[in-house]
Design a protein. Structure first.
Length: 547
């Protein structure tokens, strides 16, 4: 029985890892490539120095770019599932390393609760469900590995720590705080060992400096004097947001920003509790200072670079913040082994926090599902229009219905599809897609083909000859096929023309319309889809649509 009790936390951790992996894959099963992933897919498809080392949003992303390139070569672009599997593995390994870190200090049961809280940390749904965010998970994974390796205080551990720190920096700027952690950890050692161990930090810093001088200095920076002066308040909010979220009090509004009201109150209470704990029974805080240095660097760098859309309380920043909070708290309970009653309270608290966080995670998944529908519909429209679409045609927010496809141009996309396959809806899938997808496909098609109208005044009676369909006032829609159609509007008030193709119940493509006694020439280029367009005419007088 004693052996079973000792193994229980590890067995429960294994169950939690399996459950988290299953949940992640279920929530992402219908998703495709999202947002910044398209910058990699469009612009980093070759094994060149620029493709790997050009900064992305001022970050060094050499390892994510290499991973994306490897997945593209191995599995193509027809499915994003390999991306989600990689993300899932990263999340599981990070939670496992967090378990090891906390277990060494506070024992297996608190370590289990910490790992479970991070595995199902719904307020960080952008990180848990978006593969590109290995740029956030990777630095935490290798940063935790570095901290654990440094605790060995031997040559093998230092060599591993150096490699882990290089990897952490290679995923994004989130690796920079772990440079501070390594400096503090080595500085706490014996003075005579400083020089011998300095390479652990020196080599990663030199490599990062080489990258910065070659490529990184050209990256746009958002640091400003205003944000520096405002940083104390921003840092307080950056700490309060994950604090409240760890207790299940984070929210998921449409702008993906976490509320901090409850977090501020809980943060103050935690500071009091941890302070009382240390005053009552002082424990060695040797392990605290490296993680405190990393956390401080993370929160202040985040505050210095805050801009609209990158608020310090955004969902993507909660994952690292929550892990730093757990690391800090764990160091106040070194050697403490809670009793059964305390463990029951911790278990109940973890369950009460995870339950609402799972709801937030599901809501985040639904947000990404809508993005996936629009992405597959928009790219499917480009493939349908491949015969006539301008290679420079871009899926701007106004056309695509989402700001997440700004890196996609028709020429680059079609080249990638020819080489790696298509993630877009097929014609059959598009016909059965959700309403939002079919509507957006019509809008993109109208711009990509493009549909065009030219109107001239007068001549309506003369133009209304040949193969014409009469559309009486308030009449039904008219089928329009590829080619040139003349729309003759009899004398009277202006008429409106709207079109649809895949959409049902609405006409998402509006034209300029035409005045009374006019002829409008509508050009519909031929494309890869057999479905005709449907023309809606809104007029008070008869209108003839002629081939």
């Amino acid at each position: 029985m004693l052996a079973r009790s000792r193994n229980a936390p590890v067995l429960l951790l294994a169950a939690a890892l399996v459950g988290a992996a299953t949940l992640t894959l279920v929530l992402t099963w219908e998703l495709t490539f999202l947002q910044d992933s398209w910058e990699f897919l469009m612009n980093r498809r070759d094994l060149s120095a620029d493709a790997l080392l050009v900064p992305h949003n001022e970050h060094l992303v050499v390892l994510p770019a290499l991973i994306e390139l490897m997945l593209l070569e191995l599995f193509g672009m027809s499915s994003a599932l390999p991306e989600f599997i990689v993300l899932t593995v990263f999340l599981l390994v990070t939670a496992s390393l967090l378990y090891v870190y906390v277990e060494r200090r506070a024992g297996p049961w608190p370590a289990l609760f910490a790992a479970v809280a991070i595995l199902f940390f719904g307020p960080a749904w952008e990180v848990l469900l978006w593969p590109f965010e290995i740029t956030f998970v990777g630095p935490m994974l290798f940063g935790l590995a570095m901290l654990l390796a440094l605790e060995r205080e031997d040559r093998r551990g230092d060599l591993a720590a150096c490699a882990f720190l290089i990897a952490s920096l290679g995923f994004s700027g989130l690796g920079v705080p772990f440079v501070a952690a390594a400096l503090v950890a080595i500085g706490q050692g014996r003075r005579e060992t400083w020089l011998a161990r300095s390479y652990v930090v020196a080599i990663p810093i030199v490599l990062f400096a080489v990258w910065y001088l070659g490529w990184g200095h050209e990256a746009e920076t958002h640091a400003s004097l205003h944000s520096v002066l405002e940083s104390p308040r921003l840092v307080a909010d950056a700490i309060a947001a994950p604090t409240g979220s760890l207790f299940g009090l984070g929210t998921n509004p449409l702008n993906s920003v976490i509320e901090v009201g409850w977090g501020r109150a809980i943060l103050v209470a935690l500071i009091v509790v941890l302070g009382y704990r240390w005053v009552r029974d002082p424990v060695p805080l040797r392990g605290l200072w490296p993680v405190a240095a990393a956390a401080a660097a993370y929160w202040f760098l985040m505050a210095f670079n805050q801009i609209p859309g990158r608020e310090v309380t955004s969902s993507r920043y909660q994952y690292a913040g929550a892990i730093f909070l757990i690391l800090i708290a764990a160091n106040f309970f070194v050697g403490v082994r809670p009793g059964r009653r305390t463990l029951l309270l911790l278990a109940a608290g973890t369950g009460l926090a995870v339950a609402p966080n799972l709801i937030v995670l599901k809501q985040g998944s639904e947000s990404f599902e809508l993005q996936s529908v629009l992405t597959r519909a928009d790219t499917g429209a480009i493939e349908i229009a491949r015969r006539t679409v301008d290679p420079e045609f871009r899926l701007t927010p106004e056309v695509a219905g989402t700001p997440t496809l700004i890196d996609v141009s028709a020429g680059e996309y079609l080249e990638a599809v020819a080489e790696f396959g298509s993630p877009a809806y097929s014609l059959a899938e598009l016909a059965d897609a959700p309403d939002a997808g079919r509507r957006q496909a019509d809008i993109v098609l109208s711009q990509a083909l493009p549909l065009s109208t030219v109107t001239r005044a007068g001549g309506a009676a003369l133009a209304a000859t040949g193969r014409c369909a009469v559309v009486p006032p308030g009449g039904p829609e008219t089928v329009v096929r590829p080619g040139v159609s003349r729309i003759a509007v009899a004398a009277g008030p202006p008429a409106e023309f709207n079109l649809r193709r895949f959409a049902t119940g609405e006409y998402p493509v509006a034209t300029k319309g035409a005045p009374g006694d006019s002829v409008t020439v509508l050009r519909v280029p031929r494309d890869a889809a057999p479905q005709p367009w449907h023309l809606q005419v809104l007029a008070k007088q008869p209108v003839r649509v002629c081939r």
